[in-house]
Design a protein around this ligand. Sequence first.
Ligand SMILES: Nc1nc2c(c(=O)[nH]1)N[C@H]1C(S)=C(S)[C@@H](COP(=O)(O)OP(=O)(O)OC[C@H]3O[C@@H](n4cnc5c(=O)[nH]c(N)nc54)[C@H](O)[C@@H]3O)O[C@H]1N2
Ligand SMILES: Nc1nc2c(c(=O)[nH]1)N[C@H]1C(S)=C(S)[C@@H](COP(=O)(O)OP(=O)(O)OC[C@H]3O[C@@H](n4cnc5c(=O)[nH]c(N)nc54)[C@H](O)[C@@H]3O)O[C@H]1N2
Ligand code: SF4
Ligand SMILES: [Mo]
Length: 662
Amino acid sequence: MTLERRPSACPLDCPDLCGLEVTVEHGRVLAVDGDHRSSFTNGMICGKVRKIADHLYGPDRLLYPMLREGDQWHRLGWDAALDLVASKLEAIRARHGGTAILPYHYGGSNGWLTDGALAERFWRRMETSQLDRTYCSAAATAASRGLYGKMPGVALEDYEHAKLIVLWAVNPSATGIHLVPVIKRARERGAKLVVIDPRVTPLARGADMHLAVRPGADLPVALAIIDALFERGHADKQFLAEHCEGVDELRHRAALWPIERAAAEAKISAAQLSEFVDLYAAASPAALRLGYGLERNRNGGSAVAAAIAIPAIANKFGVRGGGFTMSNSDAPWTVSSEAAIGTEPQVARHVNMSGVAEALATLRDPPIECIFIYNANPVATAPDQRRLIEQLRRDDLFVICHEQVWTDTAQLADLVLPATAFLEHRELRRGYGNMRMYDSPAVATPAGEARSNNQLFGALLERFGLVRPGDAMTDQELVDRMLAAGSHGEELQASLARDGIAQPAGTERPVMFVDSFPPSGKIQLVPEALDREALGGLYTYKGDPETEAFPLALISPALSTQISSMFGQLRHAPGELELATGDAEARGIRTGDLVRAWNATGEVRCIAKVTDVRPGVCVLAKGLWRKHTSNGYTSNALIPGAYADLGGQAAFNDARIQVEKA
Ligand SMILES: Nc1nc2c(c(=O)[nH]1)N[C@H]1C(S)=C(S)[C@@H](COP(=O)(O)OP(=O)(O)OC[C@H]3O[C@@H](n4cnc5c(=O)[nH]c(N)nc54)[C@H](O)[C@@H]3O)O[C@H]1N2
Ligand SMILES: Nc1nc2c(c(=O)[nH]1)N[C@H]1C(S)=C(S)[C@@H](COP(=O)(O)OP(=O)(O)OC[C@H]3O[C@@H](n4cnc5c(=O)[nH]c(N)nc54)[C@H](O)[C@@H]3O)O[C@H]1N2
Ligand code: SF4
Ligand SMILES: [Mo]
C-alpha cells in the first residue's frame, strides 16, 4: 500500500485551526479531510484547504530559484541563489549598515516555525531595519491588551450557550466557518442574533436585528450603548467597583453620545439602537463576537476598546457563553518563538509595514536598497498599491521574494526563492479562535526545490557566520526550546508527542471572571498608554472623511475562497465592485457594467455589481490579484497609507472614493 493517511493541522490565517487528515501517495497530497481531534472543528473543513492540491501542484507553483534579467527569468541553483543573496546583503551592509535592508513579512502560514524563528534571529543579528507588523489586529490587540491584558475571551464552542449573540464587524460564514453551526444550535435553543455590519452578510440575512452602520462609525454606537446602559440602570455597580478602573472617565466620555446622536452619525435607526440596548441588558448569557471590520479605520482602536468595554459595564461575565471574543491568541499557557531565538540588541529603525510604499520612496540615511519579502504578498495586501508597485520596479532596489507561487509580488521581484507550503514542512501552531495547539509534521514531499523558511534562514545564518554556540537550529530544537520556556511545557510536549494536539487540562473553555481574569487584576477602561497614543485621547471620535468629490466609503472584506490573497491564482472570476441600488442608479450603473473607481490615491477599473450593501458604501474584496481587474489594480490602490488611532494599524476600510461608468 502506498496510500497513507497522515495527521496534520491547518495553520493558515483563520481562527479555526482545523485538524486534518491528509491522504498522501508517494509523498504527494491526494486529498485533505477534516479530522476529529478537536470537538470544535470536528471533521468539517473549508473548500480552500480541501482543494489545496491545486495550490501545491498547480501551474503557478514556484519550483526553483529564479533570477530576473531584464524581462527574462533564469533558473538558478540554490547555492548560486544563496551566494547572490549573501553578496547583495553584504555589499549593502558594507555601504550603509544593515538598516538599508528591510525584511518584509507577515504571518504566512502563521505557525511558530515559519513566522519568527530563524528568520527573526537572522534579521536581528544582521541589524537590519525592523518591520512593525500592522496589517491586522494591531489596533484590536492594543485595545484588548490595554483594557484586559492577556486574557482569553469566550471559547467559540460556548456560543452555543448564549441567549444573545452579537456579530459585530465579523463574517463567520467566510472567515471562521465553524462558528456558523454553533450559532445555528444556539438559535435552535432560542438565542437571538444581532449583526452590526454595513453589508447584509449571510448571517445578517436571517438575524433578529441588523444594524447596517456606516463604516468607521462603530465608536459612537458603542459609546451610546455604554451611555444608555448607565442611564437606564443596567450598569453593575458592584462589578465595576470590584473589577474595573476608569469607570467615571469612560462614563463621562460616553455621555457625549446619546442614542440619537450616535444613530445619526452611524446612519442607523435610533429606535433600533435603543431596542438593542434593552435586548442586551436583558439577555444572559450574552456573547459579543467582534471582528476585524471594527479596527480598520481612523477610529478603529477606540471602537474596539468601547465595544469590549460594553460587557464590563453590564457585567455579562461569570456565565458560560457570556462576555466577548476578539482574538483568543492570548492565553497564559501559550508559547512563542521568541523564547527559541534568544534576545538581541534593539534595532535603530522601525518601518511600519502598512506604510511600506512611502518608506521605500522617502526613507534616507540610509535609503532601503534591498527588501526581502516572505510570508506576505504586499502587492496584493498593502495599502497604496500604485506607489508600491512603482517602488518595487526601482532599479536601485533589490527585491527578494521567498514564495510558494508566482504572486503579484513575486512577479515584480529580482530574485525569487521557492518556499514550502504547510503540508511540506513541520509546523507548531495555536489558534486565535480555536484555542488548541497542534504539532504537524511534514506529510508531503516539497514540490520542486522548495525550501522552508527555517532552511533558508538557517543557511543564511551559516553563510554570514552568525550561528552561536547553543543556538537552537533544527525544527526539533526550536520546538523543544519554545515548549520548555512556556508554563505548561511538559504537559504540552507529552500530549503533542502522543496525539499531535494539546491544551492544558482545565483551560479548554474558560468562563470569563470565573476561570480567567485580567493578569493585572482589573479591567482598565481608559488605559493611560492608549489615552496618550490615540489622537485627542481614547474614545475621541474622528468624523467621516467623505468629501463631495469622494462620498462613497470603500470596504474590502474577506473572500470565502481565499485567505487574504492566498489561493488568488486559482480564482478566474473577475473582481466585482459592489454598490447599493440607489448609488448605482444615480450613476446609471448596472450589474455587469465596467466601472472606474478612483480617489487621490489611485484608480481601479472593474465590473460592477448592484447589491443590498448599505447606501453610500462600496465593496471590493480584499486579496484580489492584479489579474482580477481590467487595469491591474485592486482595492489596495484606493487605500492611502493612513493608520488607525492605535497600533499603527492599516486603515483598510477607511478610503473614500467616487465611481462612474467607464
Ligand atoms: N475565507 C477566509 N477566511 C479568513 C480570511 C480570508 O481572507 N478568507 N482572512 C483571515 C484574516 S487575515 C482575518 S484578519 C479574519 C478577518 O475576519 P473578519 O473579522 O470576519 O473580517 P472581514 O471579512 O475583513 O470583515 C468582517 C465584516 O466587517 C464588515 N465591516 C467592514 N468595515 C466595517 C465597519 O467599519 N464597521 C462594521 N461594523 N463592520 C465593518 C465587513 O462588511 C465584513 O462583513 O479572517 C480570517 N479568515
Ligand atoms: N484591501 C485590503 N487589504 C488587506 C486587508 C483588508 O481588509 N483590505 N486585510 C489585511 C489582512 S487582515 C491581512 S492578515 C493581510 C494579509 O496579508 P499577507 O500577509 O500578505 O497575506 P496573504 O495574502 O495570505 O499572503 C501570504 C503569502 O505568504 C505565502 N506563504 C505562506 N506560507 C509561507 C511560508 O511558510 N513561507 C513563505 N516564504 N511564504 C509563505 C503565501 O503563499 C502567500 O502568498 O492583508 C491585509 N490586506
Ligand atoms: S482555512 Fe480555516 S476552515 Fe479552512 S481548513 Fe484552515 S482552519 Fe479550517
Ligand atoms: Mo488578517
